[in-house]
Structures are given as C-alpha cells and as structure tokens.
Design a protein. Sequence first.
Lengths: 209, 283
Amino acid sequence: MQRRSDSERLSKEAELFKLRQQLAPHFLFNSLNSISALITSHPEQARKMIQQLSDFLRGNVRKEEQQSVLLAEELQYLQLYLEIEKVRFGHRLSTDIHHDEASLNMKLPPMLLQPIVENAIKFGLYDTTDTVTITIEARSENNYVVISVQNPFDPETSRPKQGTGFGLSSIQRRLYLLFARGDLFETRVEGHLFTTIVKIPQTTHNTSI
Amino acid sequence: MIKAIIIDDEPLARLIVQEYLQSYKEITVVQECGDGFEGIKAIQQHHPELIFLDIQMPKINGFEMLELVEEPPAVIFTTAFDEYAIRAFENHAVDYLLKPFNKQRFDKAVRKWLDQYTAAQAAAQTQGAANSQPITTSPESGLSPIAGDPSGETTVSSGNKTRELLETAAHSPSQQQRVVVKTGGKIKIIPVDDIHYLEASDDYVKIHTHNGAFLKNKTMNYFEQVLDASQFVRTHRSYILNVQQVTRIDPYEKDSHLCILQSGASVPVSKSGYVKLKAVLGL
C-alpha cells in the first residue's frame, strides 16, 4: 500500500516537473537574435537585454525547486519576461497590469503566469498586424487569488478552443495535479477578446501548492 | 542591381539582415516588411530577385505568404527553431538561416545563391532570344544543382523549388486549420470548419464556404492529403466534403448517392466514395 502511494507520488512529481519545463525555444532563440542585432548598433541595450534574459533564466531554474511563490514575486518575474518581449516586438506590444493590494501576498505555484501570458502574446500578436494590448489582472476573492489574462483576437480567422495549445492545456493539468480540482482554470471568448482565468486556493498551511 | 526584400515581424531581426547585406554592393534592399500582407504587396511592386523570409509572422505565416505570390522569388528563410520547417527544407534546395546566425553562415547562403543567380543569368544570355523563358520558372535553368548536398546545407530556390517546398510545408499540422485564398485584391483566411465542400474546377479547386465560393490554384489530391481525414472525405473524383455539414444522404442513380448539406447544396457521392463516407461517419 505504502509502495503504491509512493510510486503514485513519484509519477505525479515527474509529470509536474515536465509540465513546468515550459520555456519555449522560439522565445529563447529569437531573443538571442535580437541581442545579436543590437550588439553593433546599440551595445548598451544589448548588454541590458543579456542581463534581463539571464535574470529570467535564473528565475526559471531557481523556481523549479520552490513549491509556491508570492504573487508579488511572480509579477516581477513576469515583468522581466515582458520587457524582453517588448524589445523583440517593439511598439506592437503593450501591457496593462492591475492588482489589488491583498493579492500581492497571496501564493501561487511558480511559473504559472508566464506561460499563460506567452500564450496570450502569441495568440494576440500573430492574429493581427496591429498593435496589441495584453491585460493582466489579479485580485483576491474570498480565499482565492484570481488572475485573468486577456488578449484580442480576430473571430473571423481564429477559433480559440477550450484549453488549446500546449501552454494552456499544461496549465490546466498542473492545477489539476496540484489541487485535484478541475474548476480552477477557465477560458472565455467575448467578442474579439480571449481571456484565461486561473483561481488559486489559499490554504492556511500552503504545503499542497 | 539585385533587388532584395526582408520580411520579418521583429524589427531587430530585419536590422541584422540589413547590416549583413552592407558588404554586398550588388544587392539593394528595396523594402522591409513587418508581415506577409506587406510582403505580398512589396513583391508585386518590386519583383525582387531574392527575399529573406521569416516563418512565424502575424496573420499569415511565411509559407502561406509564398503560396499567394504568383511567381515566388528565390527565398532564404530566417527562422528560430522550427522542427517541421527544417524537415521541409531538408528535402528541397532552399536555404534557411537559424536564428541567431553569424555573418559567416549568412555569407555562405548569399554567396551560394549569388553564384547560381549569376550562372543562370549568363546561361540565359547565351541562349539569347531563342529562349525567352523567364529564368526563375525554367526547370533546366541550372538553378537546382545542390539538392542532394549530403551535408544537408541546402541551397537557394528557384521558383520551382519554392513551390515544391510549399507542397511539403503544407503537410504540417498548423496548415490544416485554415486555407488562405486571394479574392480580388484581398487575402482571405478561411478556417477549415467554415468549408462546406470542395469542387474540382479545371486547374483550380473551388472552395464553398459560409461566405461564398473561392478559387485556389491547387489540386484535389493536395487538399485530400492536407485536410483532416476524419472531417473531410473525398466522396467523388471531383468533390471533397466536410462531414460536419451533412444533413442527409439520398440514393441517386445506380450505385451512387447524393449528400445534402446544411446549406442545401447537394454533393455527388460515388460508389467508392460512399464506402469512405460511411466509414468516417461510423455507419
């Protein structure tokens, strides 16, 4: 009996580990290409971007081991990622981040938001030739931190489906494995807006996260 | 003067190609484009000899853009890691530069193309007025020698090679979700779910959709291979239908049937087509 639950725990951990390995090679290689372009024309900017990319990668490695992080930390990490993306896409990408005070000290699994935002950027930016605003909103609600990420899309040419793309389906799976609940992840389509919503329960002893 | 166009949605990615091209006095970048729509317009306007093309771009990707260009120029792809794209390149004489690439690798691609281009120009001149075929569309113009290069470091395309590449690239899953057509001067992206049925029409395929019919310069075999076989069935030599659109199947003369669609259209079903259709519908 004990052995069985051990092996179940191990396979769950292995799956969770795999699900966290999100870093898209596209992001990394395109960022390196941007740096390569900046090196001759704007060496200072190139150095800055190397720093940002390093901090981002370091965060990625360090957070592997942590069980949960504060939203405040996660938002900082997200900011790092967004700054790199803004160098890549220039004026086409803008972001709008809101949060209430209480949510900042709430906890969530590490590196949960970045893949959601990456998905929104890809979805938003590759679906239009205009500028795109990604809206990120976090608020505390009873015993949950609720985070929504919104991007525009063109309903004429795209058909977002519930949990499509590796990014989103792996987020959904991660939340299920961590909390044994299927109702913490949701996507919505309203007009030309696509929204991903995650709810993270705040337990008194946060060991399960 | 050799005209080149750079098509990439990331400004810095365009900048580096510009910079590397500085050492080629004979090549002039006539325009930079941030997406495929601009790219098509620029190609029609300038008729460049060479384009540098990214694959993942807004709205339509690099492959889809090339499909809509009537006589595609030679292409050097510039792309980040992209597994399926690389598979496509391996079989065809088109060069690709993996981002980030250095000047040396860039020079190799450009010089190789330049050599072929110059040789083809010279050949065309010696042939003189006897052969007025445009170089880029002639299969024997000497533009296709290094296809079997064992190093896998393949070479730049002529129009034919570009077309071959597109055939292969179309088999990637991302392309099965939609079909891109040109109607009038406009480009239309049709999600496959909007397709009612496809009909052979001389050298074209007529795509019947919610919003009318569109022609695409492809074959029925092409669409049969590219579209998801659990949703699209070739019911007849000249017809492929979207099974989600079927409301009724009526017997017709002899061994054949007629499929009635939600739109009211009726699509012929041959004897063998009926067998395939029943299998997909689970009848």
